[in-house]
Design a binder for this molecule. Structure first.
Ligand SMILES: Cc1cc2nc3c(=O)[nH]c(=O)nc-3n(C[C@H](O)[C@H](O)[C@H](O)COP(=O)(O)OP(=O)(O)OC[C@H]3O[C@@H](n4cnc5c(N)ncnc54)[C@H](O)[C@@H]3O)c2cc1C
Length: 568
């Protein structure tokens, strides 16, 4: 059951306390409470997702990214690589976490990505082959809401219809634009081959977008893992408006640190949720390292400077922060079949909303993006410029010219270009001993020249894509003309316009047991602490060459299994 007030809870002593009812947290709590003998308390700082229309209607996705109560409203520190600009770093403050406000793209990444996880942790359980069953446990492949013929748009063999979180092809495509896109893959088969399914472990090429949408509505970890068939379990208690300040009741047994509970604030008062078995941090790539540091787990020198007593010197906490820089390009087009024809026209907007209210169909049932593409730079392109390949392997893309179709203005199309495997790293740290102060988020964007080079080559590839003959009568003009810029000018364009893809990971990264770096071991246990695990996107050792929710779900499914087995 979901509770709004701590006084409604039957008590504060549980077998497990999960911090954060977000994307990963809700998977963990669902799977743990499959065992009726386990009691689970979930502490979520944010608000309820019930009835939040901007979260339910896929077309309204960007409304949630404005400063509002559903957001922690973070920005990064000024980024030298972005000529001193800071960029937004949205994090959801609502049940379901970022799965309740993200852009719903469902992309797993490459098999190489996860095989690299297995290699750096020394645990084959994180390899693609061993994680695929966990992707399947999460995914409930669902027909698109318009029931269109999906043959030739995905490969059923790499999907599961038995999971919990709905994934579907778009229920509203833009036929003219889509025809052009697919024709362009035929005209440029070498660089832009068609890929039937980007979620097979081999994502290279261009294919139809898959999204976490079911029946024309967003499927989040809150609507799926806490759906009606689960939320009434007697052993599952989810408390909203409960912001965790730190781990509590520290003790040492056999030289190992452990915590008996979690301190949280609600309605101006502090409480402690007690965990007899384990505490699981699922507060995300910003929240989790912050809670660790405020609990005295982190770099000793930094904690001492803030007069926070160090209980465990673990310098990797908050380091290795990785997000993907992204730039947008747009073109005005010779077509009225563009999103702005709805978003800028109140009559058509009202019609589309009425259709969605009637049947959850029509343009509001989808996000407006039709396709995604995943490309590699040639090894010799990197080598001749003195760079080393940062991708996880030969089937992994370096760049995503994704999000084809979203409009920046009137009768126009846009492409978002993402540098998928940045070499630059940043950090999430604290500069106050007050746990309710915002953490310091530094995404370290474009500090490494290879990241700027990759962005520049990506832009050139996208410009070439729109030179395919099929676009001749469709594209009118670029919104910002970067065609004839020198490389130096293009680099400045990137530094002046890049923002984040919002795929922050790695701030509590896994490493091999015994490694002298990293925050959790390959069983997701915090190194040097007993009965404390981290299960969220912060444990990724590298950002996958994709968006991050599918990987987060798979990690959470396996993480929950590890916990269940430990306490079986
Ligand atoms: C705007 C945006 C768009 C995105 N689009 C996509 C996309 O299209 N496709 C994709 O694959 N990925 C996307 N992502 C990334 C993806 O959604 C995230 O990587 C993933 O959801 C992270 O899951 P998580 O469980 O680690 O954290 P979250 O889902 O953020 O969960 C953390 C939860 O912990 C809570 N919390 C934090 N601190 C505390 C505290 N102290 N006390 C109590 N509770 C706390 C938060 O409120 C939150 O509910 C997007 C992300 C953003 C922000």
């Amino acid at each position: 059951k979901v509770y709004e007030d701590v006084s409604q809870l039957p008590g504060l002593s549980y077998d497990f306390v999960v911090v954060g009812g977000g994307t990963a947290g809700n998977v963990v709590e669902n799977r743990l409470t499959e065992n009726p003998d386990f009691t689970v308390l979930v502490l979520e700082a944010g608000v309820s997702n019930e009835g939040v229309i901007d979260s339910i209607v896929p077309f309204f996705v960007t409304n949630l990214l404005q400063p509002n109560i559903y957001e922690w409203n973070y920005t990064t520190v000024p980024q030298p690589g972005l000529n001193g600009r800071n960029v937004g770093n949205p994090r959801a403050h609502i049940l379901g976490g970022c799965s309740t406000h993200n852009e719903m793209g469902y992309t797993r990444g490459s098999a190489d990505d996860y095989d690299r996880f297995a290699a750096v942790t020394g645990d084959p359980g994180w390899s693609w082959d061993r994680l695929l069953p966990y992707f399947f446990k999460n995914e409930k492949w669902t027909p698109p809401v318009d029931q269109h013929d999906t043959r030739g748009q995905y490969n059923p063999a790499v999907h599961s219809t038995n999971g919990i979180d709905s994934v579907s092809l778009s229920g509203s495509n833009w036929p003219i634009f889509s025809r052009h896109i697919i024709e362009a893959t035929k005209q440029l088969p070498n660089d832009w081959s068609f890929n039937l399914d980007m979620n097979s472990g081999k994502p290279l090429g261009l294919g139809w977008i898959q999204t976490t949408i079911g029946g024309g509505m967003r499927s989040s970890s809150a609507t799926s893992y806490l759906g009606p068939e689960f939320i009434h379990r007697k052993n599952l208690h989810v408390l909203l408006h409960a912001q965790v300040s730190k781990l509590a009741d520290a003790s040492r047994a056999n030289g190992k640190l452990s915590f008996g509970g979690v301190q949280f604030l609600q309605g101006g008062k502090f409480f402690t949720g007690k965990a007899a078995n384990e505490i699981i941090l699922s507060a995300g790539s910003v929240g989790t390292p912050g809670i660790l540091m405020h609990s005295g787990i982190g770099d000793q020198a930094a904690l001492t400077a803030l007069k926070t007593p160090t209980l465990l010197d673990l310098p990797s906490v908050g380091q290795n922060a990785t997000d993907q820089p992204s730039v947008g390009l747009g073109w005005t087009v010779n077509s009225t079949q563009t999103l702005d024809s709805i978003s800028q026209n109140s009559t058509r907007f009202d019609e589309a909303f009425a259709e969605w209210n009637r049947s959850h169909t029509g343009p509001f049932s989808a996000i407006g993006t039709t396709h995604m593409a995943w490309l590699r730079l040639a090894p010799e392109e990197l080598g001749s410029n003195g760079f080393t390949d940062q991708s996880a392997g030969p089937d992994s893309p370096h760049i995503e010219p994704g999000g084809f179709g979203a409009p920046p203005g009137s009768h126009s199309i846009a492409v978002w270009i993402v540098v998928l495997n940045p070499l630059s790293r940043g950090s999430v740290t604290i500069n106050s001993s007050d746990p309710f102060e915002s953490p310091v988020i530094d995404v370290g964007f474009l500090q490494s020249n290879i990241d700027v080079f990759t962005g520049r080559e990506a832009i050139k590839k996208v410009l070439n894509f729109f030179k395919a003959p099929i676009w001749r009568d469709y594209i009118i003009a670029p919104i910002v003309d970067v065609e004839n810029l020198t490389d130096d000018a293009l680099d400045q364009f990137i530094r002046n316009s890049a923002s984040a893809a919002f795929h922050l990971v790695g701030t509590a990264a896994m490493s091999a047991k015994g490694a002298r770096y990293g925050v959790v071991d390959s069983d997701l246990r915090v190194k040097g602490v007993s009965r404390l695990r981290i299960i969220d996107a912060s444990v990724f050792p590298f950002v996958p060459s994709s968006h991050t929710q599918a990987g987060t779900y798979a990690i959470a499914e396996r993480g929950a299994d590890l916990v269940k087995k430990a306490w079986a």
